[in-house]
Design a protein around this ligand. Structure first.
Ligand code: SAM
Ligand code: SF4
Length: 332
């Protein structure tokens, strides 16, 4: 289950938000901590939710974040609870998140160069994010995963450096293909760096071989990484770690997808690309009981599409329509 805590964010990544931001939801419209805890309980107790990821918008901008995690942990001592964050301010709160019961963390980081980072996120916060990643590691929120989106002509050539940086520190880097979920509707097939290109970009420096571990519905295809010997072109030396590639567009994994998503205003989305939503929070606020909420949630998931409509070549089927919501407003 992916649950968005807020639609607000303190960055403006070009592949997600417009420069001026979006019209934020009112405080009233966003789920309260108690509502979140109730919906998660229904998901876990009645619908077989086995893992929870908190996301946004930027989850760290929510003032009651630590309390929400502590309440979720109290209700579900064994549930894996992870969070995806841009890492801004994480250095100050990582220890408290761990203490409250957060299991592990993903930090989004697309560049290690100040200028490129600022160009991509439209904010000069690289140092803050790096401090956040270190603090998450030190607080025991590992394994720390790093999410990177590559943009043609901006940070694509940085991919081997990003991987070397992550491997040195023991972080698992995952490259995510850019999806047509930007508020500006600027996504083009031509500019998207495909999974095949990512493997090529890494190949002069690194030899990748399929990770033998079961993928088990995970969005990332994982590879074991070794250095490549420049002279022979063969893999050389010890296993350095793994890298993941999330090829949602060109190598979709829809048939294995088991995710259910709840937006910050309590709407169920059965897929990132859904154009239909079900207002679960509205029903909850009208006084519906747990059984009814569970049944309606289930109904909303039965219409989960078979596939997202961009074909395996990434060219898109003629009837593919970009959803109105941007990634930040869905909860990626
Ligand atoms: N603000 C947090 C962050 O950036 O990690 C959490 C929410 S963000 C929407 C979750 C993930 O979605 C991030 O790793 C981000 O890079 C990714 N993302 C956003 N827009 C995307 C797009 N158009 N295509 C692919 N990934 C995207
Ligand atoms: Fe904010 Fe995350 Fe979207 Fe970047 S990707 S604008 S950090 S929500």
């Amino acid at each position: 289950m992916r649950l968005s805590l807020t639609d607000k964010c303190n960055l403006r990544c070009t592949y997600c938000m417009p420069a001026e931001g979006l019209e934020w939801l009112s405080k009233q419209a966003v789920m309260t901590g108690a509502e979140i805890v109730r919906l998660v309980r229904i998901g876990v107790e009645q619908l077989g939710v086995r893992e929870l990821r908190l996301t946004g918008g930027e989850p760290l901008v929510r003032a009651d974040l630590v309390d929400i995690i502590a309440s979720l942990r109290e209700a579900h001592p064994e549930l894996p609870i992870s969070m995806t964050t841009n890492g801004v301010g994480l250095d100050k709160i990582a220890a408290a998140l761990k203490e409250a019961g957060l299991t592990r963390i993903n930090v989004s980081l697309d560049s290690l160069h100040e200028e490129t980072f600022a160009k991509l996120t439209r904010r000069p916060f690289l140092d803050k994010v790096l401090a956040g990643v270190d603090a998450a590691w030190a607080a025991g929120l590992g394994p720390v995963k790093i999410n990177a989106v590559l943009m043609r002509g901006i940070n694509d050539t940085e991919s081997p450096d990003l991987l070397a940086w992550a491997l040195e520190r023991g972080y698992e880097l995952r490259f995510i293909e850019q999806m047509p979920l930007d508020a500006d509707h600027g996504w083009t097939r031509k500019d998207m760096i495909t999974a095949a290109e990512i493997r090529e970009l890494l190949s002069p420096d690194f030899a990748l071989s399929p990770d033998p571990r079961e993928r088990d519905g995970a969005p990332a295809e994982r590879f074991e990484v070794r250095r490549r010997d420049q002279a022979s072109g063969e893999a050389k030396g010890p296993l350095l770690g793994t890298v993941g590639i999330i090829a949602s567009v060109t190598e979709p994994f829809c048939s294995d997808c088991r995710r259910t998503r709840i937006t910050a205003e309590g709407k169920i989305m059965s897929c990132l690309f859904s154009r239909e939503e079900f207002d679960l929070l509205g029903l909850l606020r009208e006084g519906a009981g747990d059984q009814e909420l569970a049944r309606r949630w289930q109904d909303a998931m039965w219409i989960k599409p078979k596939a997202h409509g961009m074909d395996h070549t990434g060219l898109g089927t003629p009837d593919f329509v970009q959803p109105d919501r941007s990634m930040s407003a869905i909860g990626g």
